[in-house]
Every structure is written in structure tokens, then in C-alpha cells.
Design a protein around this ligand. Sequence first.
Ligand code: ADP
Ligand code: ASP
Ligand code: MG
Length: 393
Amino acid sequence: MAIIIKKFGGTSVGSIERIRSIAQKISKEYQSGDQIVIVVSAMAKTTDELFSLAFQISDHPSRRELDMLLTAGERITMSLLSLALQEKGFASISFTGSQSGIITDSKHGNARIMKINAFRILEELEKGKIVIVAGFQGVSTEKEITTLGRGGSDTSAVALASYLSADLCEIYTDVDGVFTADPRIVQHPKAMPEIDYPQMLALAYNGSKVLHPRAVEFACIYDVPLVIRSSFSDKPGTTLKKLLDKEKNMEDRKITAIAHKERLICYTLDKSDAGLFREFGFEIFKYRIKDALVSIFFEEKYESEIRYFLQQHNYTVRERKDAVGFVILVGIGINLDLSFLAKTIELTEKYHPLEISHSERTIEILLGSDAVVACVQDLHQEFVESNSKNLGV
Ligand code: ADP
Ligand code: ASP
Ligand code: MG
């Protein structure tokens, strides 16, 4: 009997109709004899709404209370889905992260999974029940409720899949899989039937929110069979692979996909203040170090909390830049052939990039936030839609 983990994101469970339709989908598969664990996100927009409620009460809500509040979103979905299954005559039970035995460290808002003791899930599976788990949350070793960072339900699902040695972990979302760029902004995105871990990691870390980066790390380290697919269609989606087809991919240097991030703020601090990062706890997108200064890039929505933290600790922001963003080209071997760099410089000139840098699998363009979408569209057209091998022309 196979164990299958299915994770449903916010849009996939965004209304009562959607929850009923997911229940229908799950019940069909359950009847084929598999053991099924469902991981759910909060219903669409719920987490943002809960977040803003907290800020209506306080400009600086404590991170512990924020976690108590935000975890309520996933509790709503898990119980509604369980009720929908029970209405159809199926035995199901819902568990919070804590009841599921997801043990984390104490970093509220961005906790790390230390271990999993999912004996209650195993007991209920043995009884033949469909188990529904609230994603994005756990309990710390100090018995406090924690969250895993925004988008963290993917990580809950992959972590459970690894603990249960699941035969498959399916991440159901609102698009047909991983595309060559965000399908919401480019005209002719291509769905990728498969992608290897290093490139998926590069996309996830660089803003392609279709998969939480920690979920990819988990899947890679613990060899979890992972598929990303749509809950709105029957398309097969994208499979994460350790190895791709040798014939097709041997030393095939090309831009595989493009990630992007808009609306970032950059604070520049003294490098001598680096000790602050031990206490920091906020998610940052990237950092840069130059001479005696450290620049951190983070999402606009975190600014008031970060500013407050820095003030509390008497750290001085040397420079503040707002409305910046990144466009990030991802591909294997693209920095071993500088014609990729040449073409990137030529194509991005009109967007007045503030900086171009690279890692082993990325070329990263820092630019004004307003130019990000047009830049992705242009680069996608040139590198992905046209034949990207003609780099010299
Ligand atoms: P969920 O709520 O299911 O977790 P998310 O909103 O977190 O869904 O992630 C899915 C979204 O990721 C898509 O709607 C899409 O706009 C965005 N996205 C960004 N880059 C990509 C990409 N390369 N491929 C697919 N989706 C992408
Ligand atoms: N509900 C959480 C969020 O919106 C976690 C998730 O959806 O993965 O970030
Ligand atoms: Mg997500």
C-alpha cells in the first residue's frame, strides 16, 4: 500500500466549493487503496488578513502572538476539509502541526524543523483514516506554537513525506507546474515536465514562489519523490529529478528559467554591526557586502518590523533604497560561457540595472522594481522563447 502526501495551497482551498472539489478528488484516490495524508494551507488571502488584523492592534505585534494568530488560518482549512470528507462518508481526522508532532526550534515566524514524531498520524493511517495536517506550523521544544515562514506549508508536506518515507509527495497549486517564468507575467511560458534539484533550488531561492526553498532542500537531501501540479486540471505537472535525461542535457548550456522579485527595500548597515544578524530572525531576500557595509534586501511588508528591531538595538541604517527588484536568470553552466553575460548586458541596458552579479547557476540583475516585469518579459522572449543557442547574434 502506497503512502501519498498531497499538499493543497491557498487558492486550491480558497472557497467552500474548492474544498468540496478537493474532497471529491481525495476520496477517489483513497478508494484506490492508498494511505493518504493531506497538508493544507490557509484559505486564499487568510494569512495576509490575519497579519493585517494584528497590525490594526499593534505596530509591533509580538512574534509569539503573531504565530498563535497566523496558525489559525490552516486550522480553518483542515477542519473544513475533514468535514467535507466526512460528509461524503469517509473517515478522516485533522491535526494541527503540534498534534502531528512537527517539532521546531523557537524562532517564531521562521522556525526550523528539528524532528518529527508523527505517531498520531501513523496510528490514524493504520485505522484507515485520511489524515489532514495543518501546514506551515509546528511546536517548539519549549512547547510554543511556531510558524515556518511564509509559504511554509510546502516544507511541512515535504518534511512529512520524508518522515513517512512516502511513495510520492504532490504539491497542488494554481498553475500547471513549474514554468520557464512566472506564467502570470510572461506571454508564452513553457511548463517544464521535469527540473533538477539545483535549478529548482535556484528558482525557489530567487523568488519563484511556486515552491518554498526549504521544501526543495528537504526533498533534495532526503530524496523525496516530488511533483508540482495544478489542483484545477489533470495535467501531469513537473517532477523534481536528481538526474535528467543524459541524451538531452549533456553540457547543454542554456537559460532554463527566469525568476524575479519586485518591491524590495534595501537597508545598508555597518559591517561592524554584523552581530545583529544572530538575533535578526526576519526573512531577507539577499545580502551584499562591500567595503565596510552590508546591504540587506527584504520585502516591503517587513519594513516596519525590521525598522523597529534595528531601533530597539540602536543600529543605524546608513542608506535606505526602496522600490528595487531582481531579475534572475537560471541555468547550468551559464557562467562558463560569457556570451550569456554579454547578451544580458546588452538586453538589460535600457532598464538601467544598478548591478549585475552571478552565482554558479544564476545571473542576477538588480534594477528598479517598476522595470522588473518588462525586463523578465524581454529576457524570456530572447533567451527562452527564441533559440537561445544563437548567443553571438
Ligand atoms: P500556493 O498557494 O498553491 O502555495 P503560491 O502562490 O505560493 O501557491 O505559488 C504559486 C504561484 O507561483 C503561481 O500562481 C505563480 O504566479 C507563481 N510562480 C512564480 N514563478 C513561477 C514559475 N516559474 N512557475 C510556476 N509558477 C510560478
Ligand atoms: N498560509 C501560509 C502563507 O500564506 C503558508 C502557506 O501558504 O504555505 O504564507
Ligand atoms: Mg506557496
